[in-house]
Design a protein around this ligand. Structure first.
Ligand code: GLU
Length: 282
């Protein structure tokens, strides 16, 4: 089987050491396998995504020596086609419109849930039919209905990353509890992008291996469920360790101190960056 992987940054800030680690791993694995390394801009959050950040990401990748194969895919250029793909799911009764705001959702949740970093939607609008959709409503996946429709389907994936290596069977009640009815479409918000556009792009671009941070492991079930709903294959997943700051916290976009451009400006070499993230100098 050919090996196709991708690096999928959101151009909402500069690349930091954590992104560099992800990109280097994906690139090096693709090269070692004689495969392809694709670049995809997850830029559907139109407010936070900036073309300056995209340019900076491209410069950083070139400086790191990570050449990608084929043209850059920008999700913002395909929003309409992602939305069209939702129509059959709507026709199957698997989506519903939702007008809840983030603060409605927060106040409907009885208590912060231990260990859950993701706000599981409490289901306020689940009774609504597609006919009641108003401009500005989001579309959510009715996860329980989707899992019902998929009963008997193979809901599993193979993970090769260090923390969870093995074959994972998705447990529907657990997915409902931990992930719930995700938003698949809402103008201007990045979560649109995330679950829907990522699943469609990975499938459409023939991605066979997904290499990304450990923090996304818990969302893999929703990707697999979407792959089954859209008739797409499930790639092999590899969730890698996260690069942390001196306090042990995961690096975030605001950690400009660890931005690749800063190391670059200070005269570091790509080999220094590889060393800083614990990789052989290559
Ligand atoms: N756009 C996501 C991020 O920057 C990556 C998602 C993925 O690799 O699946 O964290």
């Amino acid at each position: 089987m050919a090996f196709v992987t991708r690096f999928a940054p959101s151009p909402t800030g500069p690349l930091h050491l954590g992104h560099a680690y992800s990109a280097i791993l994906a690139h090096d694995m693709a090269r070692a396998e004689g495969g392809a390394f694709l670049l995809r801009m997850e830029d559907t959050d139109l407010e936070r995504s900036k073309s300056e950040y995209e340019s900076l990401i491209l410069e950083d990748l070139a400086w790191l020596g990570l050449a990608c194969d084929g043209p850059v895919h920008r999700q913002s250029e395909h929003i309409a086609s992602y939305n069209v793909r939702l129509e059959p799911l709507a026709a199957r009764g698997l989506l519903y419109p939702c007008s809840c705001t983030r603060s409605d959702i927060r106040s409907a949740l009885s208590a912060p849930q231990e260990g859950v970093v993701f706000n599981v939607y409490p289901g306020t609008c689940r009774h609504r039919s597609m006919d009641s959709r108003k401009p500005g409503d989001a579309l959510r996946l009715n996860l329980a209905a989707a899992l019902d429709a998929l009963s008997g389907a193979d809901l599993s994936f193979t993970e090769t990353g260090p923390a969870h290596a093995g074959h994972h069977q998705i447990d529907p009640p657990q997915a409902i509890d931990r992930i719930g009815d995700v938003v698949l479409s809402r103008k201007g918000e990045d979560i649109v992008a995330y679950f829907l556009a990522a699943a469609l792009d990975d499938g459409d671009h023939g991605v066979t291996h997904i290499i990304r941070g450990e923090d996304l492991f818990e969302f893999t079930p929703v990707q697999v469920i979407l792959q089954r709903l859209f008739g797409l294959p499930t790639p092999v997943y590899h969730h890698h360790r996260l690069i942390r700051d001196d306090q042990g916290k995961r690096l975030a976009k605001r950690d400009d101190a660890r931005a690749i451009s800063k190391y670059r400006a200070e005269g570091a070499t790509p080999a220094d960056v590889r060393r800083l993230v614990g990789l052989p100098e290559g």
